[in-house]
Ligand binder design. Structure first.
Ligand SMILES: [Zn+2]
Length: 110
């Protein structure tokens, strides 16, 4: 299990106090299971399935932690159907997003 656990990833734009379900995302790089939490109602806001969710976790390669970037495809039953590993820990964002972090919906709970 990752030392950083994503427990809440919301893709819909409206805040919700809905029920949540835990989605298990297998990392194809290190075989760890990354857990994220999705609002059960999220399916109502998604037009096409499976829909992608970006998840990062730290995997151990050798003796040091390395960031693993994943794109997980979530189906209508809110199960992870497929995971892609994005090579490297390089994430590029434009300055506009960097200075307007409210545009991002990033969740990380231990
Ligand atoms: Zn991993």
């Amino acid at each position: 299990m990752s030392d950083i656990e994503l427990t809440h990833v919301a893709v819909d734009s409206k805040p919700t106090c809905d029920e949540f379900t835990v989605v298990m995302i297998p990392c194809p790089k290190c075989n760890e299971i990354v857990k994220i939490k999705l609002a059960v109602s999220i399916g109502e806001t998604i037009e096409y399935f499976p829909f992608p969710v970006i998840a990062m976790h730290t995997g151990n390669e050798g003796s040091h932690p390395v960031v693993h970037n994943l794109v997980a495809y979530i189906d209508k039953q809110l199960k992870c159907r497929h995971t892609e590993y994005l090579d490297g820990s390089r994430v590029f964002i434009t300055p506009y997003i960097l200075y307007n972090p409210n545009l991002l919906r990033v969740f990380c709970f231990k």
